[in-house]
Design a protein around this ligand. Structure first.
Ligand code: SF4
Length: 264
C-alpha cells in the first residue's frame, strides 16, 4: 500500500457518471485490490500502471478525511458517486477508515449519495448511511457461481457475503441496487432470476461484456472478453437472462442504471 496526499477528495463527475446525473465522484483510493479481470478502471488515466499489475496495488489518499471535512460543503444537496475508479470498501478500509470518515463528513451537508461496491464491509457504516436522507447502496453481484467469480473477480468477496450484506443494508431501511454488471456466466440462470426477483431491489442493473472503444466507461477490455468467450457464455445467454428479468420487473441496462438517489 502506498500513501498519497490528494488535493481534492470530490472531483467533478465525468463520462457515464456525469451523464447519469451525478455532480461529483469520490475515490478514497486509487487502484483496487479486488482485481476484477474486466475492470474498466484499469484503463483510466488515474490508474497509470501496467495492466498486468491490476489488482496488486492500491494507493490510499491518506488525507481524504481531512479534505472531506474541508470540502463537503461544496457537495451539499448534490449527487455524489462513491466510488468510480476503485472500490470504497477494499479490505484496507477496515483499518484505514477513509470511506467511513468521508461519510461522516458528508452528513452535515446531505449530498445525494450512491455507494457502489463489492465489499460487504459497507455494513460497518450503516450507522452513518442511515443519517443521509438520499442514499442508495449498489452491490455488484454479477453471477451465481463462485468458480466463475474466482476466475473473473479473483480477489473480490464471495457472492454469498454480498447477498448477506445487501440484505443487511435493506434491513437498515436503505435503498439498494443489485448490479449484475457485467453479467458473468451463470450456473443456473433460472434460479438466479428467481433470487433477484424475490429480493426485489429498488434498482436492478444488468450489463453485457462489450467493447465501447473507450466511449463508455464500463468497457470490459479485450482480455476479459476472451475469457468470457472461452467460458462458452454468449450474448444469447445474456439476453435470455435479461428478458426473463424484464418480464417480471424494471431492469436498467448499462449506464442507464447508474443514477443518483432522489429525496422522496
Ligand atoms: S471492484 Fe470495481 S474498481 Fe475494483 S477491480 Fe472490481 S470492477 Fe474494478
Amino acid at each position: 500500500m502506498e500513501q498519497i496526499s490528494a488535493r481534492s477528495i470530490f472531483s467533478p463527475a465525468t463520462g457515464f457518471i456525469k451523464r447519469g446525473g451525478f455532480d461529483w465522484s469520490c475515490n478514497p483510493y486509487l487502484g483496487c485490490t479486488f482485481g476484477c479481470r474486466y475492470c474498466y478502471a484499469m484503463f483510466l488515466p488515474q490508474n497509470r500502471r501496467p495492466k498486468e499489475e491490476w489488482g496488486r496495488w492500491f494507493q490510499a489518499k491518506i488525507n481524504a478525511v481531512e479534505l472531506a471535512k474541508k470540502q463537503a460543503r461544496k457537495i451539499a444537496g448534490e449527487a455524489v458517486y462513491l466510488s468510480s475508479v476503485t472500490d470504497p470498501y477494499l479490505p484496507a478500509e477496515r483499518s484505514l477508515e477513509l470511506t467511513r470518515g468521508i461519510l461522516d463528513a458528508m452528513i452535515a451537508h446531505q449530498p445525494r449519495l450512491l455507494v457502489q461496491t463489492r465489499g460487504p464491509l459497507v455494513v460497518r457504516d450503516l450507522d452513518l448511511l442511515k443519517r443521509l436522507r438520499a442514499v442508495r447502496v449498489n452491490i455488484s453481484i454479477p453471477t451465481d457461481c463462485e468458480e466463475v467469480r474466482k476466475v473473473f473477480e479473483p480477489k473480490a468477496p464471495p457472492l454469498e457475503k454480498r447477498w448477506e450484506a445487501i440484505a443487511k443494508v435493506r434491513a437498515a431501511g436503505i435503498a439498494v441496487g443489485v448490479c449484475v454488471t457485467p453479467m458473468l456466466p451463470l450456473a443456473d440462470s433460472e434460479s438466479f432470476v428467481k433470487r433477484v426477483i424475490a429480493f426485489d431491489p429498488e434498482v436492478l442493473v444488468t450489463q453485457d461484456f462489450h467493447d465501447s472503444g473507450g466511449g463508455f466507461g464500463a468497457d470490459t477490455g479485450a482480455a476479459a472478453r476472451l475469457l468470457l468467450k472461452e467460458s462458452g457464455w454468449s450474448d444469447a445467454d445474456y439476453k435470455k437472462c435479461v428478458n426473463a428479468l424484464s418480464r417480471r420487473r424494471k431492469v436498467f441496462e448499462g449506464e442507464a442504471g447508474f443514477f443518483p438517489p432522489f429525496i422522496s
